[in-house]
Structure formats: C-alpha cells, structure tokens
Design a protein around this ligand. Sequence first.
Ligand code: ARG
Length: 467
Amino acid sequence: MSGGSSIWGGRFGGGPSDIMEEINASIGFDQRLHAQDIAASMAHCRMLARQGIISEADAESILDGLSKIADEIAVGKFHFQRALEDIHMNVESRLSALIGEAAGRLHTARSRNDQVATDFKLWVRDALDRLDLGLAALQQALLDRAETHAADVLPGFTHLQAAQPVTLGHHLLAYVEMAGRDRGRARDARTRMNESPLGAAALAGTSFPIDRHMTAADLGFDRPCANSLDAVSDRDFALEYLSTAAIAAVHLSRLAEELVIWSSAQFGFVKLPDSFSTGSSIMPQKRNPDAAELVRAKAGRVIGDLNALLIVMKGLPLAYSKDMQDDKEPLFEAADTLDLCLAAMTGMISEVTYDTAKMRASAELGFITATDLADWLVRVLGLPFRQAHHVTGSLVKLAEQKNVDLEQLSLAEMQSVEPGITQDIYDVLGIESSVASRTSFGGTAPDNVRAAIVEARRRFFEGEGQS
Ligand code: ARG
C-alpha cells in the first residue's frame, strides 16, 4: 500500500493495492519520455504565463524547477518512483518538492491525456527521423558496394533457381530502392503526425484562454490537432511508425537471408567479416552468420509489435482509455530492435567480401543464357517467342544429354534442331554479353547500373536537409 497521498488523493481514502500499483504503473518504461515530458511542460508553462493564466513569477520558478529536474535525470540522480505511476506525475511531484506551491499551477488547462499524447508524439517523431538516417546510411553502404561491383556477374534467381545472369551492383541497388521507399514512408508519417495534441486537455478542450498555436510552434509542430477528442485518442502516429518499421524490418530480413545463404560453403558468394560472424564451440571449420540470422529473426518482433498495438487500439471507444498506456512498450521495442538491426546490416554490407569469381563461376551453371538464345531466335529469325521458347527447350535438353553448356553445342547440333541458326548465335550465349544486352530502363547492364547509381544518389541524397 502506498497511502492516500497521491495526486488525486482528495477523492480517495486508501491507496492502491500493491498489485494495482504494479499493473497501473508505467514509469518502468515511460521514463524514456522524460526529455519530451519536460519540454512539453516548459512550452505549456510559457504559454500559460503569456496568456496571463499564471503569473510570470510562478512561470519562472516552474521553468527553473523543470530544468533542475532535467539535470537530475541527466546525471542519474532522479529517483523514479512506481508509486507515482508515470513520468508525468514523477516530474510533477519532484517539481513540487523543489519549488512548492507554484508547481501545482502547471497542470492548469491540461491533463495527462494530452500530455502523454504530446510526449509520445515527440518521441515517435524523433524515432522517425532516426529511422530515416539509419536507412540513409544503409543506402550509402549499398551504393558504395554497388559502384565497385557494377559489372560483376552472378546468377539472378527466380524460385531460387538460376534464371538469368545479373550484375551484383544491380542486385544491391534493389535494396537501395526498398530502403528508399521505407524512408518515404517515414517522411510521410512524420508530415502527417506533426500536429500538437497539447491543450486538448482531458478530452473536451478547456475554458482557460490558452494558445494552442503557441505551444504547437514551440514544440516544432506544424499546427495544433483540430479536434480535442481525436487529439487524445489518436495513436495513428505510433501505428504508422510501427508499420513503416515492420516493412523495413522485412526488407532487412530478406537481405539478411541472402547473406546467410550466400555465406554457406555451397554458395560461397560472400565471406562475412570476423566482426560480424562467430565460430562454433565444437566445429572448428565453422564461421556462423549470427548477426545476419538475428536480423532475419528480429523482423518477427517488429511485426509482432505492430500487431500488438493494432489489437490494443481495435474497438476502443473515444476518447482516452488506459489501454492506450500499452502503446509504449511495443513501440520502444520495435524502435530499439530496428535501430540495432539497421546498424548491424549497414556494418555487414560495408565489410562483407564478395567472392566475385565464385559468383561468376556459378553463373555459368544451369543454362542461364537460354533466354538470350530464345530472344536471338525471335530477333534474328523472326520466330514467334513461344516457338523460340520451344526450340530453346530442345537445345537445352540436347546440351543436358551431352553434359555440355549451350555454347559448347556445335553449329551442326544447333541446326539439327533449328536449321536457320547461324554462327552469330554464339555471340549472345556468353554471360557478359547477356548482362550487357539488358539495357532497358531499370535493367541489369553494367552501364545501366552505373547510371542508376548516379541517379539514386541524386534522388535520395540531393537536397538533403532542405525538405
Ligand atoms: N501513463 C498514462 C499513459 O501512458 C498517462 C495518461 C493517464 N491518463 C489518465 N487519465 N489516467 O497512457
């Protein structure tokens, strides 16, 4: 029991039971909102004074007390108490110990409902900016590697079966696009969420002559939220962060999966750096891609966090319900997880060694230029593609029977299947000529890749900081 001295103590005789306190308290996790909570209180305080709702003297002492609290927290001297439930009441109670009566005026014309919505929005806004930066760093790492490997060839897969040769630069650029869309989602979400809930008070607004535009501007919001009921019950911004995060985590897990497969001895396309691998305690030959495996796994958590909050919000009537206190842990977990996964992936991509000889050798297997052969039959002999496909299939079968590559079939053997074939066909059967021919917009030809890198740097990095 913690006695009847809580902030709403006026109406209560006894304190909450220990279990009630445990289920009710959020200070264990919402102390992460301390900087936002203090910033929002300072903005509110300045506005109250400007509007003549509290005196300048009280405002000064409140601001002074709040900055002392910020210092105490910064140096680890602040004593967070579960009995005080959450960050808002922990700060207010300390303020009252520091400055006395004036502390009680800070909560004029506001409620914890608009307070928590404001604090949490400020935190999520920073998390969106951090996500944008983390994704940009990953893009830079990918672009650097793509530049080096613009012309190096590996098998491109569909169904994880060798399909057509592609360039490594092209493959890496695919992930630059994914990260670019993730950044777009983060920026869109930031624009949409940047409205201030502060001053919505408990749910209905307030009778005090507050200036919500002032507090909004002070906290870097574009404007106040238009509807007080919506302001305190909206958690779309958290859901949008989480959906953006979940999609980004899925992208990272796909890249991670490729590192896992590619680093196996059977593929041997990459060698992970010592800094991102571990050995086995029993099998001395092993170098395990643990970091990549964990990035692959952790997407599960982020997806779970999105689900958790969607389920909390589903069916909640307006306006605030305590259910919404459960928005924070999933979001913090997702943000911490994603920040870590992005850092790990950026590190791996920067430091991994690509075995381009192994990739190229692998691209020789599996009749990977069969499509080039079929395209030649269409282009040069004028066969309908379906017929060219059939002829090529017979040639592949013949090569398979003779245990040779397509380009090792003699011209006579080729002509036994399609009499129109000429010596020129051999020009399109090589791996390099295959990739070099894929010059359609967005295609894999090395020249395209080089141009695409320049274009990607322009699209994703020029005008940076001006948006
Ligand atoms: N700790 C609460 C939360 O995170 C703050 C808002 C509480 N409001 C209330 N009316 N009990 O949601």
